[in-house]
Design a protein around this ligand. Sequence first.
Ligand code: F6P
Length: 359
Amino acid sequence: MKTIGIMTTGGDCSGLNTAIQRIVRGATLRGWRTLGILDGTDGLCVTPPAVIELNDLMLPIENARLAGSFLHNGRAHALNFETAAETGRIAAFNRQLHKSLRSLNLDALVLIGGNGSLSLAWANREIYRDLQLICIPKTIDMDMPLTERTIGFDTAVQQLTSFCDQLMLTARSHHRWFVVQSMGRDCGQLALHAGIAVGAHAILIPEIKFDINALIDHIKSAQTDYGIIIVSEGISLRGHSGRPADMISRKLTSAGITNRPAFPEHTQRAGDTTATDRILATRFADCALNAIENNETYVMTALMNDTVTTVPLAEFIASGEIVHDPKIPDLMTSNAYVSPDDPLLSVAHDMGIYLGEQK
Ligand code: F6P
């Protein structure tokens, strides 16, 4: 009988519980034990490790659609890769994780994480040398290379779209614009998708430079006097500081455009998991369990051309754009961005959405 572990790390998103529940279900059907590691790597920093034995009763199927992680994602100030790097304790931290995993006698660990977590797992791969490491990509930012979708993205698009839909009604009543700031770090996927879904008049994303006067002209020449402008949190405006939506809002106000900034914030990570995300989480869970059966290790599940498969973590690192992590000096994170060839850009352009100064 195999024993497998599951761990959720990094920021939460909707769909984590579906993935956890499906892994437990599939493991149970195979006659395996499943241990849930609590609070990400925090759960491995205590002796004995903080784990719970998972079964269908622990996470009932009707709760698997709820956002957040049943296993939690870790505390901000606990010892983790970031705080260990800051205090020069990374070697001791790695030893502790390895020791705890060994003590659990795991055959495999399913790590559900974003690009930071997967990049860290690869950089510190010795920790996982005694077991099979299978990763599942999740993030609302959709900034991970080698997979066309990540768990949580579809629900985040739905949440942001619903937020904008509500604002659109009050915008119309008051003849005003809303400048909505989306999450996404330095990747514009979330803003782009929700902006098209809601029928935004402008979408500003970090990948495309914009001209504030062109944006103002675009809004002034719109057929309506209300609507939505989505700005991704990663954009900047030269000579200005503060939250991007506030900066843009102030500029529009000075140009005589009535508007309000709005911040959906962490509601983008919440919300009942959409059917699309649940299906993706189920497919990734199934793929991860098959990978364990096939004795794979250091792999990540990925969606490519509507097929779910595993890809080596080494390839994930090699195919992304490598950026220095701002918080962990030695860590290179593998990132993906909106490509200039993304078909959604030309659709948005053809629909008259201001997207910046595209070449
Ligand atoms: O990476 C997911 C994400 O939600 C980003 O879009 C956002 O910038 C960040 O995490 C927010 O992190 P926190 O929850 O720590 O404020």
